[in-house]
Structures are given as structure tokens and as C-alpha cells.
Ligand binder design. Structure first.
Ligand SMILES: [Zn+2]
Length: 308
């Protein structure tokens, strides 16, 4: 039986659930949640380099190719074009000319959009990647496509490194801050404009990607080869997961799980929108010996002193 038909049958039988989406997958109903994706989308979701993963920091091996990134136009405060409720996430499309390069990537990539994954308020964490088993409240993904494909993601998806995703953990700010950081407060205020699935809102200028990534040392990250974390789970993604977190106040984090809905006004709130962790992959990171010049110097010195 065709999976679309099977799914349609389930939706008729269980009308209260929210599986009747165009794409036929969901996060919460047992007929279409992430445990079913390998069956519903076997070509990729059942693959062997699936994302997200639990990153075991002690198992990450050093790779000297993981140099600093160059972020082009991340300071442009009119880079955020439109914010949209997709029914599965909140996605912000970016204007053209936003790019990344370096960071051990084979060529420059265009930054196309970013979106978020979250749990249920700050009490039920909802990041996709975990680090040493720890799940953070939220995770921001910036999706980048190889510049040579000129924004044609269909082409990028056929290339095992066609996309480069940047993952940033969002953590609750300490203390009793409210509405912080200010640019996150402004961005999350637009959620009330996109309560129902399919709604979008033009983002007024005033927020740059740098504003949203403040406080993160973008030279420290984990790298592995994985996949899209939503169907059809194409294994076309070079993943970069940053070690530092973005600190956001609790009220702003809570706004995501209390404002937007998965379908119409009477549908459920969009909560716990993340895929469970998949089998481990080899992870690399910067050399722990970041002062390699200094160590080489010491090595040379000990050789000279005959203590090599
Ligand atoms: Zn994502």
C-alpha cells in the first residue's frame, strides 16, 4: 500500500490527530512521528548518517582543517526577510548575499534560512543535538547551500556535502532577565503575527544574524557529516555544532511553545519540535592544542637541548 494512502487512512480513522499535513510526517502522532520516518521515507530516513546525534565530547578527534569561518553580511540588519509558521517550525528566510566560508568547508556556501527547534518552555528541553547526553532548551539551525548551486536546494540535496548547517544551542539566561537579548525579544514578538500554519510576516529591518548569535565564540565547534533532521532526511549535510550557547531569557524561550500552532487557530500549540538522536557518527573538532606554534617551538627547544 502506498504510504500516502496508509497515512490518509490513519487520518480518517483518527481525526483528532494532526497527521493530515501535505508532507505526511509529524512530531507527535505515533502514526507519523520520527520513529515512523524510516518506514514512511525509507530512501533517506533509514540511512546510515542520520542527524541529529549525541555528541560525545571526549570522542571528538582533532582536525587541523577546522579553521575559522568567515561570515559575510552577518552584520546586515536587513538580512531577515520573512518569518513563517510552516506547521513544523518557525522559519526565517534571508536576503541574498549572506554567506559563510572557511571552517573547513570545501567552498563558500550561501546562507538561505534559519529555523528553530524547541521543547515545551524552558522546562522541557528541545534541542536536536545533545552533548554528552545533555539536551538544551532550543536549537537554531542556519541552512547554507553550496554557492555553486546558486540557491537550487534540489541540486544541493544530491551532493553529500551540498548543504552546510550551523547549529547553535539556546540556553536560559541566568538571573531573572526578561525580554533579553533585546533582538531576540523583538524577533519572538513577531510570533504573534504567525500563529497559524502557513502564515508569514515580513520582518522589519533592525536585526542581524550577528545580533542573534551574540556571545558565541564561532571558532569553537564540532563537525560531522549527517542529514536533514526532517523528512526526507537527505544525507547531504555538513554539520557544524557550536560549543558555546546563545543565552536567552526564559520568557522569550517560553514564547515559542505558547504562541504558534501546528495548523489553524483551534489546533495544538507547536511544542517539542525536534527529532530524537540517531546512531553516532565520527565527530571532529579543533585541536585542543590551539597554540600549536608554541608547542612546536617547545618541541624544537627540547630537541636542541637533547631532551627530545
Ligand atoms: Zn533544523
Amino acid at each position: 500500500m502506498n504510504w500516502l494512502l496508509s497515512l490518509a487512512a490513519v487520518c480518517v480513522l483518527v481525526p483528532s490527530v494532526h497527521c493530515a499535513t501535505a508532507t505526511g510526517w509529524c512530531y507527535h502522532n505515533e502514526s507519523c512521528n520520527d520513529t515512523q520516518w524510516p518506514t514512511l521515507f525509507p530512501s533517506y530516513c533509514a540511512g546510515s548518517r542520520q542527524s541529529p546525534i549525541d555528541i560525545v565530547s571526549a570522542s571528538a578527534t582533532a582536525d587541523s582543517n577546522l579553521t575559522a569561518f568567515t561570515f559575510t553580511n552577518y552584520d546586515n540588519n536587513s538580512a531577515l526577510k520573512e518569518i513563517k509558521n510552516t506547521g513544523k517550525t518557525v522559519k526565517i528566510t534571508l536576503t541574498s548575499g549572506i554567506k559563510i566560508s572557511g571552517g573547513g568547508l570545501s567552498e563558500p556556501y550561501d546562507s538561505l534560512q534559519f529555523h528553530l527547534h524547541w521543547g515545551n518552555g524552558s522546562s522541557v528541553p528541545g534541542s536536536e543535538h545533545t552533548v554528552n547526553g545533555k539536551r538544551y532548551p532550543m536549537e537554531l539551525h542556519i541552512v547554507n547551500s553550496k554557492a555553486t548551486y546558486n540557491g537550487d536546494t534540489a541540486l544541493a540535496l544530491k551532493d553529500s556535502t551540498g548543504l552546510a548547517a550551523l547549529g547553535f544551542f539556546i540556553e536560559e539566561m541566568s538571573g531573572n532577565a526578561i525580554g533579553q537579548p533585546a533582538k531576540w525579544n523583538v524577533l519572538s514578538s513577531y510570533l504573534s503575527e504567525i500563529v497559524t500554519s502557513g502564515q508569514s510576516y515580513t520582518v522589519p529591518s533592525g536585526i542581524s544574524l550577528d545580533d542573534l548569535l551574540k556571545g558565541v565564540d564561532r571558532s569553537k565547534y564540532y563537525r560531522y557529516l549527517g542529514s536533514l533532521t526532517t523528512p526526507t532526511c537527505n544525507e547531504a549535510v555538513v554539520w557544524t555544532v557550536f560549543k558555546d550557547t546563545i543565552k536567552v531569557s526564559k520568557d522569550v524561550i517560553d514564547r515559542f511553545s505558547t504562541t504558534v500552532r501546528i495548523a489553524d487557530d483551534s489546533s495544538e500549540l507547536m511544542v517539542e519540535v525536534f527529532r530524537g538522536v540517531q546512531p553516532a557518527q565520527p565527530v571532529t573538532t579543533q585541536s585542543s592544542c590551539s597554540t600549536s606554534g608554541y608547542s612546536l617551538g617547545l618541541m624544537a627547544l627540547s630537541l636542541v637541548l637533547g631532551r627530545g
